[in-house]
Design a protein around this ligand. Structure first.
Ligand SMILES: Nc1nc2c(c(=O)[nH]1)N[C@H]1C(S)=C(S)[C@@H](COP(=O)(O)OP(=O)(O)OC[C@H]3O[C@@H](n4cnc5c(=O)[nH]c(N)nc54)[C@H](O)[C@@H]3O)O[C@H]1N2
Ligand SMILES: Nc1nc2c(c(=O)[nH]1)N[C@H]1C(S)=C(S)[C@@H](COP(=O)(O)OP(=O)(O)OC[C@H]3O[C@@H](n4cnc5c(=O)[nH]c(N)nc54)[C@H](O)[C@@H]3O)O[C@H]1N2
Ligand SMILES: [Mo]
Length: 682
């Protein structure tokens, strides 16, 4: 019997697009993944990663049953066990560790391996109940968020679909072609109508290569560039006086106290962009009908990252761009999805506020905390051995004999290799969940196209089973995904007004209740004053500099020894490490990790294209192939990643070289602010 059907679901990878996906299932097997033509943002196509997703689903490397460690830590020798045995052992360990050291010796470490609300966050309910150490998830966007919120507050600002109305799109620290490909048709539409696309990026990424102009800025110098642009706009009388008067606060202070320091000439020294170039970009931005800065989260991943985002937001404010349809700042729409997360996370189960770990400090916590130490680690939806900073130290932490580690995964990642128990997880094609977006205003319920492969089980089921084994019998531990999705949608937030939860559950693509064709901040900015704050009241309250500025290069402490700045942006064919298990994806990325070196630097150091080079700093050393290219600028190295350490030379990934130092504001990660030396390896 030949059975063929099409199932509509949502891609739950950590990507702004959250595509609606049509999966063809033939005789119980998913055979084709296609973009939903009826979804206003997906528009009938998928990215190169998810097109052909059956290669991920049916990869021979998928984990299909629970396993227990039989070798040394990290050696990846396991024996197959049953689920009952695995759950009993995990529950027993949780009891032991808690009895010995208290709940705070337990840590759940997770991120957005799945963006589905239920499976992503259900662990919180169990670990709140256990009184575990809490996780502050600062690995991605905290720096950029802090800068954006300081100026305009948590709001989407510009509807991504309205970017078609813009006549000047600045891809600022944002490789949209790679990281948000479903915005590209909207940008193309704007360009068809005459818009220009300018990329501001330290290297010629795919977006810069496709742009009308590329401004090769020095990494981390964006506050100086944006402030110099405001300086020009101010001096040349191009500011939007009416907007500034009616819709903002603090411009006079910015103009009097900050702008004088940022003449185009002084900014040119900092940014490596000539003063005339800054002037002309500033004039273009001011004279455009609806200029928009499409800002990447990456702008925040440097020492001055918060100030970078703050300065760019001020720039858009100075010309009144936020009130022009399609203009302003297009950054992150995730803040609009105000679902009732408590239904899944159950913060009410935390008896007292327990200690908090910054994700970026995982290595330090596992190796240094002793009051109490971390004795039990539960990892899901993340691959910290590859994606967290300071991975050489983390390897020591995960290798601790007195640490019991559970990893719930789709693949035997570098992290899973260190597990005491490995549990198999399904892909989003095999599970139901409600998925939000952080690049669109749409929400959708994904429905399993096929059942979980092998013995794999979704996060919620595993968490509930562990809880029940510990004797927790609250109805939450028996809830279905749909029960919890209904709980998530039980909110009276205006963004959800008029939304019918049952239609959402039926799989309808649902736009948040936000008006179309109206600039996002038309009803007021989301700051304490309700206005755009050139002088931030929130930062002032927190004792931080209330206005943006370029505050030196604080991580550059030993320029003689470590003269190069290393940035580590996303790779086109990977999603962090989520596609790294596939040979095909690795082949398309060149087969092994590479680092881009400018030809002048290469000539000086005797490095030829294809040579093996060693990158080194105080944290570690690691090797990769050199790619000599003028896509990058002198003094800067670019390693697109993140590769699995397992597939890197000597098993050492790029995050051996990145630090856990935090951004100026927001306490975010700083993956693009690293100092290293490079030399040809013997
Ligand atoms: N293919 C693919 N897509 C992805 C991801 C992936 O790994 N692969 N990751 C997903 C995730 S989790 C996220 S958070 C999003 C967004 O992920 P982000 O990491 O914010 O990526 P982009 O927005 O593309 O920004 C990267 C660009 O910023 C540039 N950059 C770095 N430092 C600076 C700087 O100081 N100044 C300026 N002007 N530019 C700088 C880099 O050179 C790079 O071209 O993408 C998502 N989409
Ligand atoms: N050097 C450098 N490091 C970076 C970055 C960078 O730009 N440069 N970017 C940073 C950013 S922006 C981010 S967001 C982080 C992301 O870092 P991570 O959160 O570690 O992201 P991934 O590497 O994609 O790992 C996600 C894992 O979740 C698993 N998974 C997927 N679905 C499920 C599921 O349903 N259940 C379970 N249990 N597991 C599942 C996948 O198999 C995968 O191994 O990396 C950060 N690290
Ligand atoms: Mo991210």
């Amino acid at each position: 019997m030949n059975e063929r059907r099409t199932c509509k679901t949502v891609c739950a990878h950590d990507c702004p697009d959250a595509c609606s996906v049509l999966v063809t299932v033939e005789d119980g097997r998913a055979t084709r993944f296609a973009g939903d033509p009826d979804h206003p943002f997906t528009r009938g196509f998928l990215c190169g990663k998810v097109n052909g997703y059956e290669r991920v689903v049916y990869s021979p490397d998928r984990l299909l049953y629970p396993q227990r460690r039989v070798g040394a830590k990290g050696e990846a020798r396991f024996e197959r066990i049953g689920w009952d045995e695995a759950i009993a052992e995990i529950a027993g360990k949780l009891r032991d560790v808690r009895a010995l050291w208290g709940g705070e010796a337990i840590l759940q470490y997770y991120y957005a391996g799945t963006m589905g609300y239920v499976h992503r966050y259900s662990g919180d309910a169990l670990f709140n109940r256990l009184g575990a150490t809490r996780l502050r998830q600062n690995i991605c966007y905290y720096g950029a968020d802090a800068g954006y919120h300081a100026v305009v507050g948590p709001g989407y600002g510009t509807d991504p679909e309205d970017i078609v109305h813009s006549d000047l799109i600045v891809a600022w620290s944002c490789n949209v072609v790679t990281t948000q490909v479903h915005l590209v048709p909207f940008i193309d539409e704007a360009r068809k109508r005459g818009a220009r696309l300018v990329a501001i990026d330290p290297y010629r990424n795919r977006t810069a290569a496709a742009a009308d102009m590329h401004i090769k800025v020095r990494p981390g110098s964006d506050p100086a560039l944006a402030l110099a642009m405001i300086h020009v706009i101010d001096r040349e009388g191009l500011i939007d006086r009416a907007f500034i008067r009616e819709r903002s606060v603090g411009y006079e202070r910015l103009a009097a106290e900050v702008l004088p320091e940022y003449s185009p000439e002084s900014a040119a020294e900092i940014c490596g962009v000539d003063a005339e170039g800054i002037r002309s970009l500033a004039r273009d931005f001011a004279r455009a009908r609806a200029p928009v800065a499409k800002v990447g989260i990456a702008v925040g991943r440097s020492a001055n990252g918060g100030a970078s985002m703050q300065a760019i937001s001020c720039l858009a404010g100075a010309v009144g761009a936020f009130d022009k349809l399609g203009g302003g700042v297009l950054y992150d729409s995730g803040c609009e999805f105000k679902v009732n997360l408590d239904a899944v996370k159950r913060p009410d189960w935390l008896e007292r506020p327990t200690r908090i770990l910054n994700m970026t400090d995982l290595a330090a916590a596992l190796t240094g905390w002793d009051d109490p130490p971390i004795g039990f680690l539960y990892v899901h939806g993340s691959n910290p051995m590859a994606t967290a900073p300071q991975s050489a130290l983390l390897e020591r932490g995960l290798g601790r004999e007195d640490l019991f580690t559970v990893v719930h995964e789709r693949f035997l990642t570098d992290t899973a290799r260190f597990a005491d128990i490995v549990l198999p997880a399904p892909t989003w094609a095999e599970t139901d969940d409600l998925v939000k977006s952080y690049g669109t205003l749409y929400l959708q319920m994904g429905r399993a196209a096929i059942p979980p492969l092998g013995e794999s089980r979704p996060n919620l089921e595993v968490i509930q089973a562990i809880g029940r084994a510990l004797g927790y019998d609250d109805p939450w531990f028996h809830s279905s995904v749909d029960d919890l999705a209904r709980g998530l949608l039980a909110t009276d937030h205006p963004n959800f007004r008029g939304l019918d939860p049952e239609r959402v559950l039926a799989g309808e693509t649902t736009r948040l209740n936000l008006p179309r064709g109206v600039p996002g901040f038309r009803g007021g900015f989301k700051t304490p004053s309700g206005k755009l704050e050139f002088f931030s009241s929130i930062l002032e309250r927190d004792g931080l500099p209330p206005m943006p500025g370029w505050r030196g290069d604080p991580f550059n402490t030993d320029p003689e020894r470590y003269p190069f700045r290393l940035i580590t942006p996303p790779a086109h064919h990977f999603l962090h490490t989520s596609f790294g298990a596939l040979d095909g994806a690795r082949r398309r990325m060149g087969g092994e990790p590479r680092v881009m070196v400018h030809p002048d630097d290469a000539a000086r150091l005797g490095i030829a294209d294809g040579d093996v080079v060693e990158l080194q700093n105080d944290l570690a050393a690691c090797r990769s192939l050199a790619q000599v290219t003028d896509a990058v600028q002198p003094g800067v190295l670019v390693a697109e990643g993140v590769w699995w350490p397992e597939h890197s030379r000597e098993g050492r990934g790029i995050n051996a070289l990145t630090s856990s130092r935090q951004t100026d504001i927001g306490g975010g990660s700083t993956f693009h602010d690293n100092r290293v030396a490079i030399r040809r390896a013997e």
